[in-house]
Write a protein of this length. Sequence first.
Length: 623
Amino acid sequence: MATLIPTRNSCLSRMTSGEKRFSERLEQKLEDDYLLWYDVPVGPKQRRPDFIVFHPRRGLLVLEVKDWKPDTIQQADPTLFTLLTGRSSVKEHNPLMQARDCASEVYKVLQHDPALRHPPGHHYEGKLLMPWGYGVVLSNISRKNYVAGGLEAVIPPHLVICQDEMYESVEAEDFQERLWAMYPQVFPTALTLPQIDRVRWHLFPEIRVEPGSGQFGLFDRSTSGAVNKVEIPDLIKVMDAQQEQLARSLGDEHRIIHGVAGSGKTMILGFRAMALARALNKPILVLCYNKTLAARLDQLMGERGLSDKVQVYNFHKWCRSMLTAYHVPLPPEGRDFFDALPPAVIEGVDKGQIPRFQYGAVLIDEGHDFEPDWYKLIVQMIDPNTNSLLVLYDDAQNIYGKATRKQLSWKSLGVQAQGRTTILKLNYRNTLEILSVARGFANELLLGRDEEDDGVPLISPESAGRRGALPELIRVERTEDQLPAIIDRLRDEQTLGRPLSDMAVIFRNKWEGEKLHEALQRAGIPSRLAEGNGKSTLFVADDTVKLVTMHSSKGLEFPLVIIPGLGSLPMPGKDEPEEARLLYVAMTRATERLVMIHHADSVFSARIRNSINDVQGQLGAMA
C-alpha cells in the first residue's frame, strides 16, 4: 500500500468526490515504496498540485483531478475550458497546462542539483536522473465520453485517466500502465535513499531540518517565511516520510504523540507551530517543563521569525506570567513558591480572574513531566473554535518521579485522546551503538506494558540503523582524576576538528557542574553552565562546551556527550529505577559519541560495562 501524505482520513473533508476515489486507488494499486502527496505546496513558488506520485525506480508525476461531467463542458481548447454552472458559464485553465507548469517547475528545481543529474560521459549527461511527467484525471468522464466529446484534441489520450480506468475492479497493473504512459521519456533509474531525501528537500522546503548538529531536529531557517533560493548543502537532512505524514496530518483537534527519545517529536512540534502561525490569528502557546529546553525552543522560534505569534514558556513561568498579566496576587515567596503557582492560576481561572480560550492552539513538549491537574487547566486555554492541542509524550523520560502519571487517563483530564494517538518507535538521534548500550542498561525501564488507547504506553525505542563508535566507559583511580580525563577528551576532540559547541558534559549534581566550570576556565576551554540564568543563555555563545545537569539535559542533544561520576550512582537514598531513568535520558542525548567516566565500581557502572560488552559482541557477530 502506497504512503499518502497527509493521511487520507485527515484530508477527506477537503477532497472532491473524484479526489477521494482517486486517492483510494493510488493507495490500493501502488506498492509500499510509492510516496504520494495530496494538495501540498511544492517548490519555490509553492504551487499546490492535486497529487504528486513519486517512485525511486519510476520517477515523478504531477496530476490534476477534475470532477467535470461530459454535459458541463461547453467548449474546450488547449488553454481554456468553458464550463456550464447552472444558468451561467465559467472559464477554467486547461488542467493539463496546470499540471505541465508545475511539473516543469519541479524539473528545473531538481535539475539545479548536481547530485540529481546524470554525470559527465553519461548518455543523458546533465539531465535529471529520473523520468518526470504530468497528466490529468477526469473522474466523471468515461473514455468513451472523452472521445465522443472531442477532448483528445485538447488533452492527449495518453495523458489522461478516465472514470472507467480508475474503478476499484481495474487491475493494479493496468492502472499503473496508465500512469507510466504519461512520461515523455522512460529510462532505467534507481534512486538511493540520500537522493530520495534530496528530491524531498527541494520539493518541500518546510521539511528541511537544521543542518549541522541538528539540535532538536527543528527546521532550517530558510523555511520560516517566504521560500527563498538557498545554497544546496552537501549533506541534507529532512523529516522522514512517517514524520512528514504525521506532521501534515495533524488536524484541529486533540492529538497525543507517544515517541521514544530521538524520534523527532520536537521536530513535529516545530512543524506544527509554523503551520499554525501561518493559519491562525490567535497566539500559539508552546509549553514544556524544562527551563533549558524552553529557552532553546524560544530562541529557535525567534530565529525563524515566529516570536510574535508563538509564545514559548516552561510551565511554571507561564503560570507566573498569567498571574502577573491579570493582576492576580502571586503566592508568598518561599520554599513552596513554584509549587503554588499552578493552583493559583487554576483558582484564578475558576473565579473568572484569568480568561479562558486565550490561545488558538497549545503544543506541549515533554508532556510526561506535567501533572494531571495542569492538563485540566491547559485544555481551558484553547479556543473551542480550533480545539487544537498537541501533546508529545515519552514516559521512559519521566525523570521527576511522578508514579501517578503511569495511571493517567486522558479522558478524565478533558483531553480527547482516544483514536487520536500516534506512537513513534524509531530513534533517529542516536547511533545504533549508543542506543543499544543505553537500552541494555535501562532494559527493565523499557519493558512495554499494554494500555488502553486512552492510557500512557511505555515504548521501547528501535534504532534507525545509523552506525558510529561504541560508547566508552573510562575508569580513573580517584574522584579528582575525572576532571583531567574530561579536559583531555575535550582537547582531543577539538584537535580532531569538533567544535566546542558540539560537546556537552552532563552530570548528576549541581556542584559537579560548578567545579567543572572552574576547571575548564583554568584550562582555557570556554564553557557555559546551564544553571540559574545560564539556562536561558546556554546556546547564546556558540563556541563553548555546554555543562548541563541530567535533569536540564532533557530535550537537548549534542554530537559528543561526556557523563562523569558513574561511580557515585545511584545516589544514596534515591530511588534506583528513577536514577536509572535519569542516566538513560543523559546517555540518549549523544548523537555521535558517548563517553562515561567513573572512579569506583557501582551498580550502574557494572550494568553499563556489561551492556557495552554485550553490544560489542552482538555487533561483532553481525559484521
